[in-house]
Design a protein around this ligand. Sequence first.
Ligand SMILES: [Zn+2]
Length: 296
Amino acid sequence: MGNLGIDIGGTFIKYVYKDEEGEKKGKEYVRDVIQRNDLNGFLEKVLEIIKKFNPEKVGIAVAGLVDKKEGVITESPNLKILNNFPLKSKLENLINIPVFIENDANLAALGEWRYGAGRGKNISICLTLGTGLGGGAVLNGQLLSGVSGSAMEIGHITIVKDGRQCHCGRHGCLEAYVSSYGLERIYFLKTDKYKDSGEIILEANEGKEDAMESLEEFSEYLAVGLMNITHIFNPDVIILSGGIIENYPLIKDMSLSYLKHLAFNLPFRDLELKVAELGEFSGAYGSLELTQQNTI
Ligand SMILES: [Zn+2]
């Protein structure tokens, strides 16, 4: 018998199952049930995946703040149907096997450390750039989840006092600059035109100046975040993951050159900046690793 790692997102549930025979991974579309606010339909989808593999343990990654002690998702901006829902106890009652739950960005960091770009590293930090900006830290093989499970909310450190409004309601958060909506706003303030982040990246890849300059500015803000992380953790690797990086990898080199001027020389010397290797499955791999680290 093996273990199952699940990553619950607003559009897909992704999973990786691993036993002595090998790995199986896949994804299920769930946007329709989420948009209908159909909690039972959603749980049915999760149960279908679990029953297909009949695992010994299940790990689950969820976007939002997860109360580790209670197994309750307390604030999930993209999965509102799960707000204040006791997912852990509900599933454990239904399937009678241990269920472990963590924030998805934390588990993406754990997955990249164990199976991806952070393999063999002592202090591995992972940033997930998407609709929001998530972060996770693995220190000597241990996920830093915090007392309640909400450590490394790196998207919501302040980089500009009284700065741009963030989706969390605060002002000047790193996420308000370094996220898909952050990029859209950088472009809007430059051109007075609204464009979707995907379109901006496409235009930058075609060599259009406004889009390229917007991504350069985006990388400059990212470098401020990377500087803070470097000064706090002195990590040997920071991994950048998510669609924005995958589609415009130049961000890595641009932010690294800004970081060189911002950070202390000593921690910069020993830092490697990398792009994630597990793509959209890093959270599912992290959930799998979570089951393997938790022995009962
Ligand atoms: Zn914020």
